[in-house]
Design a protein around this ligand. Structure first.
Ligand code: SAM
Length: 249
């Protein structure tokens, strides 16, 4: 998978060189490009922002450097008339990032991340990009960060760990919290050695060696934890459809 990230703080993306994502880059599973947006500025001060039309606090990222950056990183395939990759614009006003969206993105060949700063990116950038490539404005949660870099790190980590060859035992992905194969329940409690610690004992059932009973106990625990912490995730819960479940999505 090819991943490109555009930011005015490329150093923020350094942690991608560590741990499993770093190994995926070393092994050639991921081809990572991190780009400084200021490369596509043309003035002495390498300006990327300006005051908002209509007034208001803060600064807005100008569209020109973004347009030029995306033209270069995601050029149009002349035959197809579009770019085959997918652009993800980081914004707290975007569609929520979920494990389902991570699963979907793991099937793409090329992801491009646009990391905003200040009050965000001029709205015309998303409109222009969506004329020639699949474009999503994505939020990692209902809170506001200073910039999109941390959001891009979150999404890249969640997506890359799903790529074949990244996690040693792919079976471990199936039972995790939010996994489709686990009915999107939260994970059951986990225990390791020692069997007793600070007067807290590992549940007896886990020593039984009885796989079916252990599986049933874990399922019960997963349902209990989900009911207590995230009832909105339970099958049939009265919740708004997720964006990807909405008709026409
Ligand atoms: N004025 C924007 C608003 O009210 O929606 C917030 C801008 S925020 C201070 C600056 C940048 O941080 C955004 O352009 C975006 O790239 C990033 N950002 C902040 N919170 C985010 C979130 N929850 N998810 C994704 N990106 C976020």
């Amino acid at each position: 998978m090819k991943i490109d990230v555009v930011s005015i703080f490329p150093e923020y993306l350094q942690p991608l060189r560590l741990s499993l994502v770093g190994k995926a880059i070393e092994n050639g599973i991921v081809d990572l490009g991190v780009h400084d947006l200021r490369r596509w500025t043309h003035d002495r001060h390498r300006t990327v922002d300006d005051t908002p039309y209509g007034g208001g606090a803060g600064m807005v990222m100008r569209p020109e450097p973004w347009g030029e950056a995306l033209d270069e990183i995601a050029p149009i395939d002349q035959k197809a008339g579009d770019h085959p990759g997918r652009l993800l614009i980081m914004t707290p006003a975007g569609r929520p990032f979920t494990q389902r969206l991570a699963d979907e993105l793991a099937g793409e060949d090329h992801l491009i991340f646009a990391c905003g700063r200040y009050e965000g990116i001029d709205a015309r950038v998303a409109v222009d990009a969506s004329r020639r490539m699949r474009t999503d404005e994505v939020s990692i949660g209902d809170y506001v960060l200073n910039g999109g870099e941390v959001a891009a790190l979150v999404i890249i980590e969640a997506v890359v760990r799903l790529l074949p060859g990244v996690i040693g035992n792919p079976e471990s992905l199936a039972e995790e919290s939010h996994a489709a194969g686990h009915d999107q329940l939260l994970e059951y409690p986990l225990y390791t050695k020692p069997p007793s610690w600070r007067e807290l004992d590992v549940p007896e059932i886990l020593f039984s060696g009885h796989h079916a009973r252990i599986a049933a106990w874990r399922r019960e625990q997963a349902e209990r934890i989900t009911r207590e912490r995230r009832p909105d995730l339970l099958p049939g819960a009265d919740r708004d459809p997720r964006p990807e479940e909405r008709p026409g999505a």
